[in-house]
Design a protein around this ligand. Structure first.
Ligand code: JFZ
Length: 460
């Protein structure tokens, strides 16, 4: 295989940092934020709002793509204050963020020298990518640049492989433009830590594997430490994300989108993150979410800890309105999620997968010295039971509620099953402890010989 992975499993500082991000923020912002999924009261039947340019059918406005393409003439998000966004993300507990520099419509949120369809050709006139990179970096939040290869504006873009000479020349132009924009992004925004690619599924791009292989090399040379996910390129057999030999194409698995791995084993040791919308499938702003279910802070806490228990990060998407304001619902989510994460930070950031049996009570994370049990399903028995292998070198020695530090009774429990293979440890959740969200039990580990005595036996 000549066009397989360019890098193996990385363990440099940038990737070690990636593993401790825990929580991230995605922001989808662009021309599509202006219509917000509707135009003069009409809506497309089934498109994500950031796809509204693809609206067709009986209720689509006349000449819709042309109308959409001219939205740059009115694009002017005067309420957009990147420092405010960054402060909100900080309060939410995000340690990295992904920003749409150019979505499928081809409109660049930085004044790209390689395009005539950018913020510079709009009343906005600001470098929004620069503002976001600076504001988030100042808050200590790492920035990844989302970049859609798929481009509805560039005349040379084609979805298919063609024999037509003019079309082939157009595609070559497009590839050069793509390369130029990516190098431009890296050069303009040296603080950006990664590139988050999208729209790389068309046959034209898949057939350009020699180009993409060379380009990945060039990007990595231009910016040592740069993180590139697996949604950038494919091998010469068209295998995407993983090459034909099953090797990951990039630094982390970038295919977990609005779905999560079923268990840790299926990740095969790869780094990963899961990107998630708050509504069912809306990345860009939606004026009216109607009766669509919106994930609650509790849903997101559950998803976050589920991701952490499998060693991944959760990235929550925000879609600001056309003026650049975060929506009130997103604001509420950010505060609620942030409040929880702040109280339970030890279980979130520096804790990852722990090699223990799963529990129906919630999610396990660990940092070597401690195991954290995020209880989502509080047991009616008041007992949180964990199963340790009987030969475990380190076992629970004490337990407390992470948020308050309240000590909890811990006991080794011999209930007469699974005797040879396992020891069960019970943490007693006090009946007088009231919780209206998931809560974390912190369990300190110590040498097996120092474990708590078998109190069940002592009571006999
Ligand atoms: C893409 C975009 O089309 C969408 O607008 C949004 O930006 C999202 C983050 O990315 O949508 C995808 C891409 C990949 C998958 C699903 C939706 N996928 O791999 O399942």
């Amino acid at each position: 295989m000549r066009f397989g992975p360019l890098v193996g499993h990385r363990d440099d500082e940038a990737m070690r940092r990636f593993r401790r991000y825990g929580l991230g923020q995605f922001i989808h912002f662009g021309l599509y934020s202006i219509p917000g999924n509707e135009w003069h009261g009409e809506r497309p039947a089934s498109l994500a709002p950031e796809w509204i340019r693809a609206w067709s059918g009986p209720n689509a406005p006349e000449d819709w793509p042309q109308t959409y393409d001219r939205l740059n003439e009115v694009f002017d998000p005067t309420e957009l204050d990147a420092r405010e966004w960054a402060r909100q993300a900080k309060r939410m507990g995000a340690r990295y963020m992904i920003f749409t520099t150019k979505h499928h419509d081809g409109f660049a949120l930085w004044p790209s020298a390689h395009s005539d369809y950018t913020v510079a050709q709009s009343p906005c006139g600001r470098d929004l990518v620069g503002e976001v990179v600076d504001a988030y970096t100042a808050e200590g939040i790492d920035v990844f640049l989302y970049f859609s290869v798929l481009d509805w504006h560039h005349p040379g873009y084609t979805t298919t492989v063609t024999d037509d000479d003019a079309e082939r020349a157009g595609w070559q132009d497009f590839l050069e433009y793509t390369r130029a924009q990516l190098l431009e992004l890296l050069d303009r925004y040296p603080a950006a830590k990664g590139l988050w690619f999208d729209g790389t599924w068309d046959a034209s791009w898949v057939a350009s594997y020699e180009f993409t292989h060379r380009l990945e090399q060039e990007l990595r040379e231009r910016r040592p430490g740069l993180i590139i996910g697996s949604r950038f390129r494919n091998d010469e057999h068209g295998a995407r994300h993983f090459d034909s030999n099953g090797r990951l194409l990039g630094d982390y698995e970038q295919g977990w989108e609005r779905k999560l791995p079923a268990d840790h084993a299926m990740l095969d040791g790869h780094d990963w993150d899961g990107v998630m919308t708050i509504g069912p499938n809306a990345w860009g702003f939606m004026r009216d979410t109607g009766d669509q279910y919106q994930k609650t802070a509790d849903d997101l806490i559950d998803l976050l800890m589920r991701c952490r228990s499998m060693g991944g990060n959760l990235v929550v998407n925000f879609g600001p309105d056309g003026e650049g304001r975060m929506t009130p619902y997103e604001g509420k989510i950010a505060e609620q999620l942030g409040g929880w994460v702040r109280e339970n930070a030890d279980a979130v950031y520096d804790a990852g997968h722990v090699d223990l049996d799963e529990t129906p009570l919630g999610w396990l994370t660990g940092d070597g010295d401690r195991v954290f049990l995020t209880i989502v399903n509080r047991p009616v028995t008041g007992i949180a039971r964990l199963r340790f292998p009987s030969d475990a070198p380190r076992v629970p020695v004490s337990a407390r509620l992470l948020a308050s530090g309240r000590e909890l009774e811990l006991r080794r429990t011999d209930i007469g099953f699974d005797l040879d293979a396992a020891i069960h440890y019970d943490v007693v959740i006090p009946a007088d402890f009231a919780a209206d969200r998931a809560f974390v039990v912190e369990i300190a580990l110590g040498a097996a010989s120092a474990g708590v005595s078998d109190r069940a036996a002592a009571h006999m």
